[in-house]
Write a protein that binds this ligand. Sequence first.
Ligand SMILES: NC(=O)c1ccc[n+]([C@@H]2O[C@H](COP(=O)([O-])OP(=O)(O)OC[C@H]3O[C@@H](n4cnc5c(N)ncnc54)[C@H](OP(=O)(O)O)[C@@H]3O)[C@@H](O)[C@H]2O)c1
Length: 312
Amino acid sequence: MEKTKEKSRVLVIGATGRLGHYLTRFSIQSGHPTFALIRNSTFSDPSKSVTLESLSSSGVTLLKGSLDDEASLEEAVSKVDIVISAIPSKHVLDQKLLINVIKRTPSITRFIPAEYGADPDKTQVSDLDHGFYSKKSEIRRLIESSNIPYTYICCGLFMRILLPSLVQPGLQSPPMDKVTVFGDGNVKAVFVNEVDAAAFTIKTIDDPRTLNKTLYLRPCGNVCSMNDLVEMWEGKIEKKLVKAFVTESQLLEKIKETPYPDDMEMVFIYSFFIKGHHTYFEIDESCGGVNGTELYPDVKYMTVSEFLDTLL
Ligand SMILES: NC(=O)c1ccc[n+]([C@@H]2O[C@H](COP(=O)([O-])OP(=O)(O)OC[C@H]3O[C@@H](n4cnc5c(N)ncnc54)[C@H](OP(=O)(O)O)[C@@H]3O)[C@@H](O)[C@H]2O)c1
C-alpha cells in the first residue's frame, strides 16, 4: 500500500488574533498538525480564555512562548515545518529574533511573515506612514539575506477596514445621502474578507509554485474604485448619492494636520484610492509575483457586493 505523505506541521504566531484564529482553523481543516505560540500574559488573561479553549478544542497545540524569548522560539520552531506570523503591523520588527531562530533551523520549509496588505516594496507614501511599509520591507530583506524559504501574502484591504463606511473617514456605516470621493474616484483597490485571506494563505504553504514568491490576490468582483463602490451601493439602496470630491492635495493637507495614529486611515485612502498601490502594476511572474486567485480557483470568497449586502 502506498504510504500517505505526512502533512507538514504548522506554527501560527498571533493565533489569538482575528486573522491568526482563521489561519489555525484552515490549517487544522487541511489536516496539518497545528501549533500556536501563546504568551504567558495571554494564558493568564481571563478575557482570552474562551479563545484559548476554542483553539485547543479545535485541535491546536498551545505552546507557551513569546517573540522576545529565544528559548521558547527555538522549542516551538523545532516542532514544525512551517511558521506563519500574524502579529499586528506595529510589532513587525519584533519578528527579527524569530527570523534568526528560523535561519538556524534548516528543516523549516516556509515562513510567512506578518504582512497581509499592500506590497510594501511597491508602496511609496513619502514617509507619511510612520514606517508602516518600510518596516515590512526591512523584514523581507532580513528573510531573503537569511536564505529562509518564504511566501509574502499581499491580499489588499480587509473588508472590515474602510469598506463598512464606504471609505468615509470617521463614519461607521455607509452614507445614505452624500459621499466623499477621493481623487477622481477611478483608482482601483483590492478588498478581501479576512477569513478568505486566511484560506488563501494556508493554500500556499506546501505549494512549490509559491516558494520564495509574493502571492497577490485580485479576486474578481473585489477590485473596485470608489466610483464602483458608490455605484454598487446606490444600486442596493435604490438612491443616488451626492458626490463631493476631495483632491490629492486637499487630502495631503488633511493628513499633515492630523496627528498619528488618527492620520493612518487617510494615509491608506491616499495610498490605495489615489496612488493605486494595490493595482498600479501587473503581477509579474518573472519578478516573483503569483496570482492567488488564479492559482486557487477552488477558494470560495466573499465579494464586495455580498459584503455591502450585510450593511443594508
Ligand atoms: N489588509 C488589511 O486591511 C489588514 C488589516 C488589519 C491587519 N492586517 C494584518 O493582519 C495581520 C494580523 O492582524 P490582526 O488584526 O488579526 O491582529 P490582532 O487581532 O491584533 O492579533 C494580533 C495577534 O498577535 C499576537 N501578538 C501581538 N504581539 C505579539 C508578540 N510580541 N509576541 C507574540 N504574539 C504577539 C496577539 O497575541 P495576544 O493574544 O497575546 O495579544 C494576537 O494573537 C497583521 O499582519 C496585520 O498587519 C491587515
